[in-house]
Design a protein around this ligand. Structure first.
Ligand SMILES: Cc1cc2nc3c(=O)[nH]c(=O)nc-3n(C[C@H](O)[C@H](O)[C@H](O)COP(=O)(O)OP(=O)(O)OC[C@H]3O[C@@H](n4cnc5c(N)ncnc54)[C@H](O)[C@@H]3O)c2cc1C
Length: 429
């Protein structure tokens, strides 16, 4: 059996649902929209439901291209500005979901429940007569004389047809992160088969980093601290830095600062020669340097003001002080007045410039995003239509765009989904 559609969306996650809503809205009310969304998952919206610890961080109050990496910043800005944060807020408000802004700038639904976000999207899709068919996993998409033939993966349980003919196709299959949700990278193969290139590198982004199994940092598992992470090139040049909450774990490091840093670490590491890998350096005391801390320790020593532990009290948790002192070969109860110059320097270094022996990352199973994908240079940014395969549109995480922690990835999904959906509906077939 075969379905026919004007516009078929492959993947009904955040970007695909949004694209289908705006494609159908552009068709106008009352008529059959001719918009069909296909998704391989038995249960829709898995990522929307797990996002933000189940609360779904829908967007951020201050979104601009500087929060993203991948394709050129200009190209990313071009898409983001077509559907900005105020329109996201307005869309969800129309659907009865108010968003609240938290201190960090992140916006969550007032319900604190991702289900209300998913329900709003499904409600809007239904209202604009989008037909959603799932589980219907796409195996391949083929260009035909009249548009596209979309083939269902054999063996997957499916209602109705095993083939769909569509005049236009929007690819919104996501990247590779959290593959059990259905975003396992097949979309990259489909894009490739239709003539697109995929960036030479595709790798996990927003992912926890690992250190050697028995490294002393793992003894701090469970500790959270606001720290600065700085990536330095082999020669010492500062490449990028983030100051945010850092969580020490049994395998290494996590928390927003580490997740934000992870894609840069991997990217620069893959770029560098093996012997010239960049170094990730941790500063437990943001704003301080080896020199300022060394001077502070020396001044306190001169006035004979107490111990190392006393000096750091209130600035670092006791467990951190203990671990750092042990690492630097100093007792936390050592009198500052008796601290030898070299020891003082070692302590200042451990406090402000601790090189992290990163062994890798936790991979796609734990990554919140995927770096790499379809380069924006291969798309017309006013519609997200392919420059290579007319009638094909691409949006969401499948594109070579990945954002920081904080709602930026969903904002990309909303904006690029809006542009692709409206574009597919208004571009002549
Ligand atoms: C644990 C976690 C927490 C996150 N938290 C946040 C957050 O709070 N805020 C934020 O901004 N971002 C967050 N993200 C990132 C955000 O979820 C993604 O960037 C966003 O979901 C990408 O949307 P998408 O529609 O492009 O892809 P996806 O959401 O991955 O959706 C792709 C859809 O395509 C379907 N699909 C894939 N291949 C096929 C195929 N061959 N045939 C049919 N269907 C297919 C999948 O089943 C899926 O439904 C989080 C991600 C994770 C993993």
């Amino acid at each position: 059996m075969t379905h026919h559609a004007d516009i078929a969306i492959v993947g009904a996650g955040a970007a695909g649902l949004f694209a289908s809503i705006w494609a159908a809205r552009a068709r106008g009310p009352g008529s059959h929209s001719g918009v069909l969304a296909l998704d391989g998952a038995a249960k829709l919206g898995a990522k929307i439901l797990v996002a933000g610890g189940g609360r779904c961080n829908v967007t951020h109050h201050a979104v601009d291209e500087s929060a993203y990496a991948g394709s050129s910043r200009n190209a990313i800005r071009n898409v983001l500005r077509r559907f900005d944060v105020s329109r996201t807020i307005e869309f969800f408000r129309e659907q009865g979901v108010e968003l609240k802004r938290e201190e960090t700038g992140k916006l969550f639904p007032v319900t604190d429940d991702g289900q209300s976000v998913l329900d709003a999207l499904l409600r809007a899709a239904r209202a604009s007569e989008v037909r959603i068919v799932h589980p219907w996993r796409v195996a391949s998409v083929e260009r035909t004389d009249r548009g596209f033939a979309i083939h269902r993966e054999t063996g997957s349980p499916a209602p109705a047809a095993d083939r769909v003919f569509a005049k236009r196709v929007i690819l919104a299959t996501g990247g590779r992160s959290l593959p059990k949700t259905g975003s396992d990278g097949l979309g990259f193969e489909i894009a490739r088969s239709l003539g697109h290139s995929i960036t030479p590198r595709v790798f996990p982004a927003l992912v926890p980093l690992t250190v050697p199994k028995d490294h002393w940092l793992t003894s701090l598992s469970g500790v959270t601290h606001t720290a600065t992470l700085e990536l330095r090139a082999h020669g010492g040049k500062r490449l990028v830095s983030f100051t945010n909450s850092t969580l020490l774990t049994h395998f290494g490091l996590s928390g927003p600062g580490v997740l934000d840093m992870s894609r840069y670490y991997t990217d620069f590491k893959l770029n560098a020669q093996t012997e010239q890998s960049p170094v990730l350096v941790l500063n437990w005391l943001p704003g301080e340097t080896v020199e300022t801390i060394d001077a502070e320790l020396a001044a306190a020593g001169r006035s004979r003001a107490g111990t190392v532990a006393r000096l750091l009290e209130g600035r670092l948790a006791e467990r951190i002080v203990q671990a750092i002192c042990t690492h630097a070969g100093i007792s936390p109860n050592a009198s500052l007045g008796e601290l030898a110059r070299e020891k003082r320097r070692l302590l200042a270094l451990a406090l402000t410039e601790l090189p992290l022996p990163i062994t890798g990352d936790r991979g796609y199973l734990f990554a919140e995003a995927t770096a790499g994908g379809v380069p924006l240079a291969e798309l017309k940014l006013d519609t997200m239509e392919s420059r290579i395969c007319p009638g094909l549109f691409v949006c969401g995480e499948l594109c070579d765009v990945d954002g920081r922690v904080g709602g930026f990835n969903f904002q990309w999904a909303w904006a690029s989904g809006f542009v692709a959906g409206s574009g597919a509906a208004t571009t002549s077939a």
